[in-house]
Design a binder for this molecule. Structure first.
Ligand SMILES: Nc1nc2c(c(=O)[nH]1)N[C@H]1C(S)=C(S)[C@@H](COP(=O)(O)O)O[C@H]1N2
Ligand SMILES: [Mo]
Length: 319
């Protein structure tokens, strides 16, 4: 690896601007990077995705009555306008660079403060509880949003299988670490693997979705196949992709974004139009496909369901 931890990487790699700077550095060091990045130059965007799981129907999906009725973003938008830094920092990178990502076999282990630590195969996960299609809003901290028909079941269904102990106060989610398959991990954009976390009550909340599908099909690779989190009232980065390990802990996890830029990203990261990001406003957002910006709603529109989790907490302090 040529570039271990570039000192000039700006704190917020999550911003489009940072991604642009990244690209500029890429051009400046094109020769060196070409060697270092190796697998980044994968097949072009136009070529069809052929890996197993691409556009494969989920056997049975029942509608979820509380889905938002807002117009949905298209499959093409959801799979091509993507943040998944393991496959590159441009929105369009993951679609092309994840083409050969292998999601079978796949296991998810659950450990830490549980009475029955266990490893689940992906086939087991697909059968563990009835899969619902839940149309949720997803709002990125970069101030864009989409409406997406995810498929899955509450994470609580999985966690109750392993019997959390009384010491379990937080849940940590680990993305796969495999630089051979995930070329973005050859660059120190973040510390790998990607780690996210929730407080136990957030993890057990019925809106918190263990996500296995999208548009009635198995989760596409750019969106975190074969299993990811979706936490609809928090900024998108809380919803880790391609998860292989879940750990229940007594202490608050240090998440990837908190580690890389603690002054910009907090552990909670609830969508909150009143708490600006240090470098830009969070008051409004652009729905992908729309021209005019719309106002961002408290807790991304899920206040009625989740506000009580935070009673008595100063959400400017615990951002
Ligand atoms: N492992 C991993 N998970 C991740 C990310 C990432 O780069 N790596 N990006 C996050 C961000 S910033 C967002 S907005 C959402 C985007 O999910 P989507 O691309 O499926 O819409 O994934 C989140 N989960
Ligand atoms: Mo994001």
């Amino acid at each position: 690896m040529l570039i271990k931890r570039a000192a000039d990487i700006r704190p917020s790699e999550i911003t489009p601007r940072a991604a642009w700077e990244d690209r500029r550095r890429f051009l400046q060091h094109a020769g060196a990077y070409a060697l270092a990045a190796g697998g980044l130059a994968l097949p072009d965007a136009a070529s069809a995705q052929t890996q197993p799981g691409w556009r494969e129907k989920l056997p049975s999906v029942r509608p979820w009555p509380q889905s938002t009725k807002e117009p949905q973003n298209t499959f093409e938008q959801v799979t091509s306008y993507v943040n998944f830094y393991e496959f590159g920092t441009d929105k369009s990178d993951p679609l092309k660079n994840s083409k050969n990502f292998r999601t079978r076999p796949w296991t998810l282990s659950i450990e830490g403060e549980v009475r029955k630590p266990r490893t689940f195969g992906i086939e087991e996960l697909l059968k563990l509880a009835p899969i619902e299609e839940r149309v949720y809003r997803l709002r990125c901290v970069e101030a864009w949003s989409m409406v997406i028909p995810w498929a899955g079941y509450p994470l609580a269904e999985l966690l109750k299988q392993v019997e959390p102990t009384g010491n379990a106060r937080f849940v940590e989610f680990y993305t796969l670490h495999d630089p051979q398959q995930m070329p973005g991990q050859k660059q120190a954009v973040l510390e790998w693997p990607y780690v996210e976390g929730l407080r136990m009550d957030e993890a057990m909340h019925p809106l918190t979705l263990l996500t296995l599908g999208l548009y009635g099909e198995l989760l596409p690779n750019p969106n975190g196949a074969p299993v990811r989190m979706i936490v609809p009232w928090k900024y998108g980065f809380k919803s880790g992709k391609s998860i292989v390990r879940i750990r229940l802990t007594e202490r608050m996890p240090v998440t990837s974004w908190v580690r890389s830029a603690p002054q910009e990203y907090g552990f909670y990261s609830n969508v909150n139009p009143k708490v600006d990001h240090p470098r830009w406003s969070q008051a409004r957002e652009r729905r992908i496909g729309e021209f005019f910006k719309r106002e961002t709603l408290m807790f991304n529109g899920y206040a009625e369901q989740v506000a009580s989790l935070y009673t008595g907490m100063d959400l400017r302090k615990f951002f």
